[in-house]
Ligand binder design. Sequence first.
Ligand SMILES: [Zn+2]
Ligand SMILES: [Zn+2]
Length: 251
Amino acid sequence: MPFRITNESIYLGIAILFITAPNIAHIILSALLEDSFAIPYLIITCSFFCLNIFLLFKTSCSNPGYLSKNSSLPEETTGVIEINGITVRLKLCNTCNILKPPRVHHCKVCDFCVDRQDHHCPWVANCIGRKNHREFVMLLLFSTLESAYLIVAELCVAIITDDPPGRYAGEIILIVYGAIMFWSVGGLLLYQLYLIFLNKTTHEHRRRIFGNDNPFKYGCCKNLLLFCSMKAETPASKPSPQINNQIEENS
Ligand SMILES: [Zn+2]
Ligand SMILES: [Zn+2]
């Protein structure tokens, strides 16, 4: 998927700025300290910066799990499959001309079907799917940790190590910024962790696709392991063209 110059490029640029600006400000403030804390601050800040930038670009530039398109309609345009004792209906993607396997959804922004599509994220200018979902969650995790670190480190600078006292403008701005990021990114991280333990994607959860009969739910520990491995779900049967009366929706 070639990089597109769209509104998403602007979102991605803002995301890079959100990572870069507070780190540079914190590095400058730390470098001004004539204190033994200065070196640890610099090392921790540079580590968070490199890690978050790496994860941002890894998530943004990875193929999330695009499926190939067909030039013509497949032989079977509908079917059912059994997973974990639950029958799931397979649907046709009229754009890609494929019978979508379970958990595959078509992204209108990317214009491709994406395996285990979670959502399309403008902040990384990419879909979040089977092949980059772990990097996305790691990005949320380390961004939240960095926000907490910024708050604690700048409070320490303002209260303990800043001398003379009273020049706290830089510290206060970074503490407020850290608090806003901790609240917003941390909230998204909690939602993603909630979905991981249910083995649901954002798409499946928001659209209530499986209701209470989620065929991919195996218990918290196994759901977490499945997320870490990102292995494809193994259906109990091959797709069948028969339509069962007790079908679960798989849009
Ligand atoms: Zn499609
Ligand atoms: Zn997409």
